[in-house]
Design a protein around this ligand. Structure first.
Ligand code: SF4
Length: 461
């Protein structure tokens, strides 16, 4: 914290130094996605330290024990490769923990060595180490490229690579790829599709896994998650609705090219208009009018926006996090007549800055948007030092800026390790947008109550 107090407003262009990055490493995303398959044990092909870090980050965010195995590299495997470790691990995991699926992701170390995971898995298969009806899938997730977001996308695409087969008997169902959102958001996204009368296969699905109810009994594999049987039918679906171009687009496009399942790639349904687009897409697919129950949810959101507009109007906001989330959040804030002026993501990608330009065009002036290497919390803090904002929205790592600059702060995104509720209460869909707006309004009002002059304190706001 003391370090941040020395952040200078003088901005120098950097090319080889990132300070407090607005991202984390690829395998965390791969591990999160893998937990969305029922009965799956994620496996980290690398050293124990990587696996411990990834598990603890997920555990701190979701407040749930996160199970994962590791190839446990030592000096020998670091030099000669990790084949022997992975083969032994596959044998041990199936005999001791009995998962349906082992989802292997690589790490910086195994990628640098150049371990060929598909070849190792084939060897395990040939040697009878993989029991009948059980599976080992894999995704390459070296952390010196990409971020937790691309790691998630890679593992979701692996689900298509390993389980999808071209259709022999089409089914009346759609595929839903929810993107990296909370378990509660996944439940909300599926619930909207169900209310529209659509049967869906959602993958991954961490609801019921990372927000599982307390039963008094430890379940190694909680009840939630998409099943292998469901994954094997995704090639039979009529269409894939992929939410979040960065996290879900690659899997949807792969499914289209492999099984000819048409892909509709949309923004994450966070906020009013992004949810409108999601609901409208479901309406077109289902060939039904939007039910009154969903229109009521929307109406309540619009009512809240209208009632509280004066508290949002003109407020400058700084945001950081994942590209898919930032695009939808920025659009929602602009719809509230707020001004999302600073946006930073450490996740690389081609369309992010262009999409931010599109959703804010003609609504917000002077937007600063940065992506990729050196797009970090340090730069964000420097921008704020030069021209302050009224609100911060992002993951837990903004709390030092919030404290040092006395700016109200709404936690959103990954990771949130110092508050609760994010995994249990959605911010997706209309109901989620009501919660998000409630958080924004309460943060602004709390700040006003705390900081305004004595004679300006209002009982009724
Ligand atoms: S950055 Fe690489 S070495 Fe570090 S924890 Fe992530 S995967 Fe492991």
């Amino acid at each position: 914290m003391a370090l941040l107090r020395h952040t200078t407003g003088e901005i120098k262009e950097r090319s080889a130094l990132t300070v407090n990055p607005a991202k984390t490493c690829q395998p965390i995303g791969a591990m999160y996605a893998a937990l969305g398959i029922h009965g799956c044990l994620p496996h980290s092909h690398g050293s124990q330290g990587c696996c411990s870090y990834h598990r603890s980050t997920l555990t701190r965010h979701y407040k749930e024990p996160v199970m994962a195995a590791t190839s446990s590299f030592t000096e020998g495997s670091s030099v000669f490769g990790g084949q022997a470790n992975l083969l032994q691990a596959i044998t041990n995991i199936f005999s001791i923990y009995d998962p349906q699926v082992i989802a292997v992701h690589t790490t910086c170390l195994s990628e640098t060595i150049g371990d060929d995971v598909p070849q190792i898995v084939k060897k395990a298969q040939d040697e009878g180490k993989i029991p009948a009806g059980r599976y080992v899938i894999h995704a390459n997730t070296p952390s010196y490229v990409g971020s937790h977001v691309t790691g998630f996308a890679n593992m979701v695409k692996a689900m298509v690579d390993y389980f999808a087969t071209p259709s022999t008997s089409p089914r009346k169902q759609i595929n839903l790829i929810p993107g990296w959102v909370e378990p509660a958001d996944m439940r909300e996204i599926r619930s909207l599709a169900t209310e529209m009368g659509l049967a869906s296969v959602m993958f991954p699905d961490t609801s019921g896994v990372l927000d599982a109810p307390q039963t008094g009994r430890h379940e190694m594999y909680p009840a939630g998650g998409v099943t292998v049987e469901q994954l094997k039918t995704i090639g039979d679906s009529s269409v894939t609705v992929a939410l979040g171009p960065t996290t879900s687009g690659p899997a949807a496009r792969e499914l289209d090219s492999k099984c000819k399942v048409r892909a509709e790639v949309l923004d994450l349904p966070i906020g009013l208009r992004a949810t409108d687009r999601y609901v409208d897409t479901l309406r077109r697919i289902a060939h039904v009018p939007v039910p009154a129950s969903i229109m009521e949810q929307r109406g309540r959101l619009v009512d809240l926006i209208t009632d509280m507009h004066q508290y949002c109007y003109g407020k400058r906001v700084a945001l950081w996090g994942d590209p898919d989330q930032l695009v939808s959040l920025a659009e929602f804030l602009a719809d509230l007549d707020m001004k999302p002026v600073y946006l930073v993501t450490g996740t690389p990608g081609k369309r992010f800055e262009e999409r931010i330009g599109e959703v804010l065009a003609g609504k917000v002036e002077g937007v600063k948007c940065r992506q990729g290497p050196c797009s970090d919390m340090f730069l964000m803090h420097q921008w704020i030092k030069n021209e302050p904002v009224d609100l911060l929205i992002g993951n837990t790592y903004g709390k030092y800026i919030s404290r040092d600059e006395n700016i109200p702060f709404v936690r959103h995104g990954f990771p949130i390790v110092d508050r609760v509720g994010h995994q249990l209460l959605p911010t997706a869909g209309y109901r989620g947008a009501i919660r998000l707006l409630e958080q924004i309004l309460n943060a602004l009002m709390d700040h006003q109550d705390r900081t305004c002059k004595e004679e300006s304190v209002e009982l009724v706001m």
